[in-house]
Each structure stands twice: as structure tokens, then as C-alpha cells.
Design a protein around this ligand. Structure first.
Ligand SMILES: Nc1ncnc2c1ncn2[C@@H]1O[C@H](COP(=O)(O)OP(=O)(O)OP(=O)(O)O)[C@@H](O)[C@H]1O
Ligand SMILES: [Mg+2]
Length: 451
């Protein structure tokens, strides 16, 4: 059995990776064990608790949220027989923005090899072109595409030769307060935060096959209170967005149109088929008793209520995000996941509405996850482990220095959008990630000062 360890003491259990998904409907903790030197990890257990104090992905009642997180941690600890000490945390929240910027540097008057230092410099140049409000911070900095001497589509310029390096950078910007609240919540619940990942990124990593992510695809995680959108192409995220609409809105629609309580509406919603191919079925009715009263509704009426919200979500919110991503083709189509992806016929319905191939996805790791906890509502949690592994393999892919940025912002030292300069330069000389122990300790100190 692993002992509860403190990163402050400098010791971290190298064998176990923990992901914590702060959902609107449920909190999920996923525990994975490293698979020896392969660099992979196997999920060995999961914990879960109903989510309280979180609305549309945002913490609205800290103590309630802390209690829910503690319960989920306890559940996971019971399942795996380990005491957990730290986690990478996924969260969302209303005001998440994904902003594109371009940076350019000269490599000199004659062609030379691109070094790590140059990659740091070009990222810095792109960030200097961003303007981030004082109350917001960059959570992820994602290189979308490099250009060498104007040639696009360079996946990794390191070691290549040229005279000019350009980059298209996608930055995920979130309110500082949201991150601080999540950090406080998880730490109060007894886990040290080792990293953050925005939910749509974790969901995409949890569901997209490598082929889909290279060909071009959009993943949509429809949860209880939010919908996470990630557009991938050439193996990289081109846009990440959080829409504050989820499956609970469908429940509310059913409740308000039929004038029935929420819990009954939730039950009925799950019976509704979004795509009714058989015309004979459309005349069917759904009957149920509630508080001694008998209700009867035509299935087509119920289908229409659900379709209406789903269509609005996809045509009104998701489609514009896909357009914003600037990806002309998505040959691998739409991958739908999250609890609401369980809606019967959602794939056929969305395929008709959007005219693209649609696949409903459980986590890629479903066969390694406990039965009953491996459906689409667990994709994001499983994706956190993939994210953490990916970060170790390639720290420049999603730019872990976002953790340092929290400190910089918290210290209120007026670091502008390009304020990760020191960290980028540090990494240029040394490929290893910044020592997260000291980062987390610094965050703690700053938060203590602030509150
Ligand atoms: N069989 C089903 N049919 C339709 N909807 C379902 C079904 N099962 C669950 N849902 C819906 O899925 C939603 C919860 O999904 P999920 O567990 O992925 O949310 P979450 O991750 O906690 O929330 P979020 O990601 O928005 O913060 C609820 O709205 C629930 O009603
Ligand atoms: Mg979710």
C-alpha cells in the first residue's frame, strides 16, 4: 500500500497517476498505474461522487464541492487500496476562450538549424501578440502549426534548417478566479494539484483515435451543465471551447414543457429516441404514473423537445466554434461523448443535422476501466491520464508552463501575456518540466497571501 505522500517533502510516488474530473453532475477520480518503462499507464480504479456546489462547471459553493471531491477520493482509495496524494485536475467554467496568435522570428542571414531556444522564442513572440485581461490567465499554450521559411505544416521544427520560423499558437484563456477556486477546492479535499487540463482537451484525448486526430475531427463532450468542444487536425488541437449548455438543459426543457418535476423529467428524457427511423413508432405514446396521476405523451412530441435543444446546441454553438477553428475539412467527422451522448439515436440525428459522420464514443481506455464506469460520461476523466502522460512525453505540446503563469498572476507582478518568458527560456536549456513541487508550493503561498 502506498503511503500518503507530500510533494512538499520532495517525494512523489512515481508509479501512480491520478486524474480528477470536476463535473457538474459527478466528480470522478481515476487512478492509473505506470506500466514500467513503456511510458504507458493502466487504469486500475476509479472513484465517483455526486457533484454538489458546482454549476455549469463552475464552483458555486466551495464547502459542498470540497465534500463531493473528498467523497470521490475516498471511493477511489477504497477501490484501489491506496492512499492518494496528488492529481491532475480537469475543469471548465463559463468564460473559457481559445485565442489564436501568430509569432515570427528570424534565424539569421543564412540558413541554420532550429534549436529548442528558437522554439521558446517564437512561442514568446506569438504570446506577445496576445492581450489577456488582468483577471484572466493563459491555461494552455498550444502550438497549432509551425512554418519554416514560409512553408506550412511543420509538425516539429526542432533540428530542421531555415532562416525564418513562424508559429500559429492557440492559447486557452480562463479567469484566474476560476483556477484559484478549483485549486483551493482540490487542496482542501486533501490532494495536491500537479496540473490542470481544460475539460474539452481531456475529453478529446480520451476519445479520439490517433487516425481521427490527424485526419481532422471535432469532439463534443455533452455533460450535465457544459459542453466541451475540441477541433483537432494534423494531430493537434486547433480550438478548444466550453459552452455552458449540457444535458441538464434538456431535462429542464422536458420538465417545463410537460410540467413535471425534474427527477421525473430526467427519467423520461433517457427513454426518448432522437432519431426515430420507423414511422410506425412515431405514433407511440409514453405513459407513466407520478404522484398518483397518470401521464401520457406522444413520443414524437417528446422527441421534438429533445431534438430542439440538441439542434440548438449544435447549430447555434458548436458549428460556429468549428468555423472559428479555421479547419476546412473534418473527414473523421464528429465524435460525441459525455453522459448526454447516451441519448438513443443521437449519432444518427446529428449526422442528419450536420451532414457529417458521427460516432458516439466511450473512453478509448474503456476495456481497462471498471465495468459500469467505462461509458461516455467517463471519457474526460480517462483523458486526464492520457494528458498527463502526453505532457511527460512532450512538454511543449500543451505548454505546462501555464502552472507558472498562475504563480506569476497571483504574485501580481504585472507579467503580461508573454509572461512565461523565463519558463520558456528555462525549458530551452533543459527539456525537463519545471519542478512542480516548488510551483505548487509557490501557488499555495500566494493563495494564502490573497485569502
Ligand atoms: N441515458 C441517457 N440519455 C440521455 N442523457 C443522459 C443519459 N445518461 C446520462 N445523461 C445525461 O448526461 C448528463 C451528465 O453527463 P456527465 O456525467 O458527462 O456530466 P458531468 O461530466 O458531470 O458534467 P459537465 O461535464 O457538464 O461538468 C446529465 O444531463 C444526464 O441527464
Ligand atoms: Mg464532464
Amino acid at each position: 500500500m502506498f503511503k500518503k505522500t507530500s510533494t512538499a517533502s520532495g517525494y512523489r510516488d512515481p508509479e501512480v497517476l491520478v486524474g480528477l474530473d470536476l463535473g457538474t453532475s459527478k466528480i470522478t477520480v481515476v487512478v492509473a498505474e505506470r506500466d514500467g518503462p513503456s511510458g504507458e499507464a493502466q487504469i486500475i480504479g476509479m472513484g465517483q461522487a455526486p457533484s454538489h456546489g458546482i454549476r455549469k462547471g463552475l464552483i458555486v459553493h466551495l464547502d459542498q464541492a470540497v465534500r463531493s471531491v473528498k467523497q470521490a477520493i475516498g471511493d477511489a482509495e477504497n477501490m484501489v487500496g491506496l492512499e492518494l496524494s496528488e492529481a491532475t485536475v480537469s475543469f471548465s467554467g463559463g468564460d473559457v476562450q481559445s485565442v489564436r496568435s501568430r509569432g515570427m522570428i528570424s534565424l539569421g542571414r543564412s540558413p541554420r538549424t532550429v534549436m529548442q531556444l528558437d522554439i521558446g522564442r517564437v512561442i514568446e513572440a506569438a504570446q506577445a501578440n496576445l492581450s489577456v485581461p488582468n483577471n484572466q490567465m493563459i491555461l494552455h499554450t498550444i502550438p497549432v502549426e509551425y512554418f519554416l521559411d514560409g512553408n506550412p505544416g511543420i509538425d516539429d521544427p526542432l533540428g530542421m534548417t531555415g532562416m525564418r520560423l513562424d508559429i500559429d499558437l492557440e492559447s486557452v484563456i480562463v479567469p484566474i478566479a476560476t483556477v484559484q477556486n478549483v485549486f483551493n477546492c482540490v487542496e482542501k479535499a486533501g490532494l495536491t494539484v500537479t496540473g490542470f487540463v481544460i475539460k474539452p482537451l481531456a475529453s478529446a484525448l480520451g476519445s479520439l483515435t490517433p487516425e481521427e486526430s490527424v485526419a481532422g475531427a471535432v469532439t463534443v463532450d455533452i455533460g450535465g451543465g457544459t459542453c466541451g468542444v475540441a477541433v483537432f487536425s494534423d494531430g493537434r488541437p486547433k480550438l478548444l471551447a466550453v459552452i455552458p449548455v449540457g444535458g441538464d438543459h434538456i431535462t429542464n426543457d422536458v420538465a417545463s414543457v410537460l410540467k413535471i418535476p425534474i427527477n421525473k423529467a430526467e427519467e423520461i428524457k433517457k427513454e426518448v429516441e432522437l432519431f426515430v427511423a420507423d414511422p410506425e413508432k412515431q405514433g407511440d405514446t409514453l405513459e407513466f404514473d407520478h404522484m398518483g396521476k397518470n401521464y401520457s405523451y406522444s413520443l414524437s412530441e417528446l422527441t421534438e423537445i429533445v431534438q430542439c435543444r440538441v439542434e440548438e446546441l449544435f447549430t447555434g454553438y458548436v458549428k460556429p466554434e468549428i468555423t472559428n477553428a479555421g479547419v476546412s475539412m473534418l473527414p473523421a467527422g464528429l465524435i460525441v461523448t459525455g453522459g448526454a451522448a447516451r441519448s438513443v439515436g443521437i449519432d444518427q440525428y446529428l449526422s442528419r443535422v450536420l451532414d457529417i459522420p458521427v460516432r458516439v464514443s466511450a473512453p478509448l481506455d474503456a476495456n481497462r476501466m471498471p465495468p459500469g464506469r467505462n461509458g461516455p460520461e467517463y471519457t474526460c476523466a480517462a483523458g486526464i491520464i492520457r494528458y498527463a502522460l502526453e505532457q511527460e512525453r512532450d512538454p511543449f505540446r500543451y505548454m505546462e508552463q501555464s502552472m507558472e503563469q498562475i504563480i506569476n498572476h497571483n504574485r501580481n507582478i504585472g507579467v503580461p501575456a508573454g509572461g512565461i518568458r523565463r519558463s520558456v527560456d528555462d525549458q530551452a536549456g533543459d527539456d525537463s518540466r519545471p519542478p512542480s513541487d516548488s510551483i505548487i508550493q509557490a501557488i499555495k503561498n500566494v493563495i494564502r497571501e490573497l485569502f
